[in-house]
Design a protein around this ligand. Structure first.
Ligand SMILES: [Zn+2]
Length: 86
């Protein structure tokens, strides 16, 4: 008759997803293939937090503006240098 119990256990294990511990909240979660976000974070901690993303976006915009201004200033300085050399 074989070992139907073993086969059942194997098929159950194949059906289930690996259990991982979230690195953020240390809660167990199923690592599903279609789970969005990080593989070592639970779905809750993978979802972007509104406050964080909002402040990040604002900081990014400010940083981008600073970089743009710095680049423009550097380009202007290089232009001046080239023209003064001629
Ligand atoms: Zn978590």
């Amino acid at each position: 008759m074989g070992t139907p119990v073993n086969r059942c256990v194997v098929s159950w294990r194949e059906m289930s997803f690996p259990i991982k511990i979230c690195v953020v909240c240390e809660e167990e979660f199923e690592l599903r293939p279609d789970k969005p976000g990080f593989a070592n974070r639970c779905p809750k901690c993978s979802a972007p937090e509104e406050d964080e993303s909002a402040s990040n976006a604002r900081m990014d915009a400010d940083a981008l503006k600073n970089v743009r201004e710095a680049n423009a200033a550097r380009r202007q300085a290089i232009k001046d240098l080239l023209y003064s050399h001629k």
